[in-house]
Design a binder for this molecule. Structure first.
Ligand code: ATP
Ligand code: MG
Length: 273
């Protein structure tokens, strides 16, 4: 398998983490000398076991956490939370239960002060249409399935037209069928909109299906274990891509690497008290 070693960063990278050290206030060290980058338009999946620092890395990228050493750049400039180039999709949809799908999507535009009210509605509707939910625009979140709610949350992030989309296990709460369908949907939107995506997951199949490159993280404070370029043809579909022999090879390779990561941390297997 090619490309075991982390790639060098470049001034034109959409996101770049350079020699970052990060320790929480209680002394828990999560990253030491971590470097990671993504090219414009690249789809990078970040794979690692629970507790390895995936969400922490996302918080560093979004500027919600500051590293003690090193720097985090978005399009070549230091990151900060209100950066308009950044969009987020979280594990749970986090919709306002009293607002319709349309108003939930419009909310981000209102906060960002973009467009007038009529344009906000048009933009919200455009992105609801893109995720296949135009007909559900007037429904409240409780009138939508979990998968539909996550589509609304995706539309809300996309409506702000971010260059870089940070996704933290966005489909982890969905059943396998909805999840596979959302994976296809994500690739369709990405092909259409062309953002740079950093997609956090602990699902090996999902990482292989989606990504141009999978970055495997070690248990904290280990940083990056390895990277793997996923050279599967696009467009990818559940029916065809997941049964390709190369898909299974990538999957098995990553399984081996995750087993290696886990073997370095036997304490993870101890029962919690
Ligand atoms: N606010 C905090 N203070 C101290 N330690 C923290 C804090 N938040 C997270 N940690 C610790 O930092 C490590 C990384 O946490 P993080 O949430 O980034 O992991 P993760 O890879 O996202 O895990 P999961 O897959 O379970 O979401 C864990 O050991 C966690 O216990
Ligand atoms: Mg997490």
């Amino acid at each position: 398998m090619p490309n075991i070693y982390p790639s060098a960063s470049d001034a034109s990278d959409a996101l770049s983490v350079q020699a970052v050290d990060f320790t929480y206030g209680n002394g828990h060290s999560v990253f030491r000398n971590l470097s990671l980058s993504a090219r414009q338009g690249e789809f990078v999946a970040l794979l690692g076991p629970s507790g390895c620092g995936k969400t922490t890395l996302l918080n560093l990228l979004s500027g919600f956490q500051r590293p003690q050493a090193g720097q985090v750049l978005i399009n070549g400039a230091p990151t900060r939370p209100e950066l308009p180039e950044l969009g987020y999709v979280f594990q749970s949809p986090q919709l306002f239960p009293w607002l319709s799908a349309l108003e939930n999507v419009r909310f981000g535009l209102r906060i960002a002060g973009r467009y007038d009210e009529r344009e906000q509605r048009e933009q919200a509707l455009r992105y609801l249409r893109l995720v296949g939910l135009e007909a559900a625009a007037g429904r409240l979140p409780r009138q939508l399935s979990g998968g539909m709610q996550q589509r609304v949350s995706l539309a809300r992030a996309l409506a702000l037209e971010p260059d870089v989309l940070l996704m933290d296990e966005p489909f982890a709460a969905l059943d396998a069928i909805s999840r596979a369908s959302m994976n296809e949907e994500t690739l369709r939107l990405w092909a259409e909109l062309g953002q740079t995506v950093l997609f956090i997951t602990h699902d090996i199949d999902e990482a292989v299906f989606l990504a141009d490159r999978v970055v495997v993280l070690n248990i904290a404070p280990g940083g990056i274990h390895s990277e793997l370029a996923i050279d599967l043809p696009r467009p990818r579909s559940n029916l065809q891509t997941r049964r390709l022999p190369a898909f299974l090879d990538y999957r098995n390779e990553l399984m081996g690497r995750i087993a290696e990561v886990m073997a370095q941390s036997p304490f993870l297997l101890e029962p919690t008290s």
